[in-house]
Design a protein around this ligand. Sequence first.
Ligand SMILES: Cc1cc2ncn([C@H]3O[C@H](COP(=O)(O)O)[C@@H](O)[C@H]3O)c2cc1C
Ligand SMILES: O=C(O)c1cccnc1
Length: 356
Amino acid sequence: MIHAVAANLRTDIAPPSEPWRVKARAHLDTLTKPLGSLGRLEDIAAQFIAIRQARFADPVSKAVYVFAADHGVTAEKVSAYPSEVTRQMVLNFLAGGAAINVLSRLHNVALQVIDVGVDGDFDPATPLVHAKVRRGSRNMHAEPAMAHDELLEALTVGIRMAEEAAASGHNLVAPGEMGIGNTTAASAITAALTGRPVPEVTGLGTGIDIPAREHKIRIIEESLALHFKGREAASPLEILGHVGGLEIAAITGFILAAARTHLAVVCDGFIATAAAAIAVSIAPAAAGYLIAGHQSREPGHAILLAHLNLQPILQLDMRLGEGTGAVLAMPVIESAIALYRDMATFTSAGVSEAAQ
Ligand SMILES: Cc1cc2ncn([C@H]3O[C@H](COP(=O)(O)O)[C@@H](O)[C@H]3O)c2cc1C
Ligand SMILES: O=C(O)c1cccnc1
């Protein structure tokens, strides 16, 4: 069942259009600036046009979707904070006081919060998307983080949110996350996907100390050995199901469905990018829809960005998540699109072109 869903997504995702990208490049060369002088802004504009194609002139409409879930592996003491913080931060998102609230308000980005697996209840009247699959994932150190049906349900939550984003007219979207313990899951995914040693892809998360990081590394190594040792290479869905998390699975589904519906997806930090790497491993054509918002302090993030061949827009030593790095990069992306659309051409402005 789950493999059928993944296979359908894979076949339904077409890469961004090369003819549209070529057309966009040609238009950029007619604008009143030295050839190529807008640097990577030109690449970003051309990528956006290749993604949006005939709908490229729609107004830019930005949205961030924060998927929240808890992690059973927190029982192994891998985070500096208790798992109650996940639920408390969801309430903070709804009250408007978190970093992602400030940035999304400032930059006119619609914010949606989704409970895909918080280990605690919310009043049904709470204005969030109630899509709890389970009260937290299972402890990957003892058993697979998700059963098959739980993984499928979490992926489906993300797919549904991307479809809603497209239906609402958003075209520049970012998946964010909140889940105490989720850098452990992201490190485990990164090691399993890239084959890099666990110490290279494991950082301090919310701020554990050096001995706690050694312990976190051991927990991840033992979890990977429990699930994958002596087996041939695990599939991306197996990796996600065994050492991922409910919000990471939802983000994977979100990215795949966003690519299918031709939305530009801004990647946030380590956890969101781990989900992106799983998505691209399932459907390689999804890679063309990704724009890396920033590079986080987590050492595994640079490795994942290189693995995906993505260059981050910002490098601010952030290590927060929630979608904050992605939302901060959105004004840069929007600027690239505005320059493409609104600059005068050499002909319209009567400016002489290069003299060769
Ligand atoms: C107050 C607070 C707000 C946050 N917002 C995002 N995270 C980030 O930190 C967590 C991952 O780090 P670890 O794996 O070390 O637990 C995730 O919830 C992530 O979204 C936060 C963490 C805290 C404590
Ligand atoms: O890179 C991130 O997004 C990140 C890093 C540490 C903690 N939470 C998120």
